[in-house]
Design a protein around this ligand. Structure first.
Ligand SMILES: [Zn+2]
Length: 367
């Protein structure tokens, strides 16, 4: 599991003059049922051996990284993950491993800094979700992010039973019971307020509790609810994970379709959206992108201004600085990087037919 804090810390690491070996190894059992990823690692090892550095100690550190990674892969490969991300700088005795559920492309990078770009993209494009399993006297709260479901805590309340007891009228008992249920639901709301408001919320439980709960929620949290399902409050965790993953998969698929449709329609109306490389690059330069939507693996050559970072598919001179632009192998990559730096949300389109509708890149604008 990788967190924003890890990325921040990794981003500030530098062991100069030594290099950091960054390895992304896809070990997905679906793609490599017989452990074929070992061949990929063998090829990377050759690259490491051939990597040229003049300083012998620096070179030794890199070769030691390869040794250490090999030993790790031989020993620890029963980790349940689809991608292993390993960073190493042997001269500083620094070695970190992040097993991840999402499938990333295998890649080896040897540089002064840890290569975190794929991780930054992953974290920027995948929202965390809060799952609340709710009953009249109990709630369990889970966090789902990057394929991992983690229980964050629970809220339990004493709620008197509905049945009639000494002296009281049945209707009084009923009211007494309901008051306690409401107190319980309010406790749950207090509890979930401690999570940041960026998370989408999914509620599981019986339908009556869910609708009462929704009514009590402040509007800002109500808006975060993306759906609910009927579910027991004490499910086997594997069953819950399956259900949550299916739910999120359908939600995200629908969400991307709606985003593309919105961008397509609103661009035609000249309202809050745009699409196409040139237009998106222009609005990015104006810092107007709220959400960048791009087809996965979409690439294009082009130019970028070294001074103001303006990106264009064809302009060789920067219209803002009036200086020569530099050639880039992939300006889509540069746009994504810039957009993340400018705190835009990032959404990948997996279906290239769908992406074609907005020329594979589009944006919802801030103003
Ligand atoms: Zn410029």
């Amino acid at each position: 599991m990788i967190l924003k804090e890890d990325l921040k810390r990794l981003g500030s690491l530098n062991f100069s003059p030594f290099f950091i070996t960054s390895l992304y190894l896809n070990i997905s059992p679906l793609e490599y049922p017989k452990g074929e990823y070992r061949l990929i690692w063998k090829n990377f090892q050759r690259e490491i051996t051939n990597f040229f550095v003049e300083n012998r100690e620096v070179k030794k550190s890199i070769l030691d990284d390869a040794e250490r990674i090999s030993t790790f892969l031989d020993r620890e490969i029963n980790i349940s993950a689809n991608t292993l991300v390993i960073f190493s700088c042997s001269a500083k005795n620094w070695f970190e491993v992040y097993p991840l559920y999402p499938s990333l492309k295998s890649k080896l990078v040897i540089e002064k800094d840890p290569h975190t770009k794929p991780l930054i993209r992953l974290v920027a494009s995948q929202n965390p979700y809060l799952i609340i399993l709710l009953s009249k006297d109990k709630a369990r709260i889970f966090n789902y992010h990057l394929g991992v479901l983690k229980e964050e805590g629970e809220v339990k309340s004493e709620v008197p039973k509905k049945h009639k007891q000494g002296g009281w009228e049945a209707s009084d008992w009923q009211r007494w019971h309901e008051t306690h249920v409401i107190w319980h639901l309010k406790d749950v709301i207090e509890y979930i307020k401690k999570f940041d408001g960026e998370r989408n919320i999914i509620i599981g439980g019986n339908l009556q509790s869910i609708s009462e709960f929704k009514e009590l929620l402040p509007k800002s949290l109500q808006e975060k609810i993306i759906g609910n399902f009927n579910f027991d409050v004490t499910p086997p965790i594997k069953e819950l994970l399956d259900k949550v993953e299916k739910f999120i998969y359908e939600y995200e698929k629908k969400n991307v379709e709606e985003l593309v449709e919105r961008i397509f329609t609103n661009t035609k109306k000249g309202k809050d959206s745009t699409y196409g490389l040139e237009e998106v690059a222009f609005t990015l330069h104006e810092d107007r992108i709220q959400t960048l939507v791009v087809t996965e693996n979409f690439e294009k050559e082009g130019f970028q201004c070294p001074k103001c970072l303006y990106i264009s598919p064809y302009l060789e001179n920067c219209p803002f600085c009036n200086i020569e632009m530099e050639k880039r192998n992939d300006i889509v990559d540069e746009i994504i990087e810039e957009a993340i730096n400018k705190k835009a949300k990032l959404v990948f389109i997996k279906d290239s037919n769908l992406g074609g509708k907005i020329e594979n890149i589009g944006a919802i604008l801030r103003f």
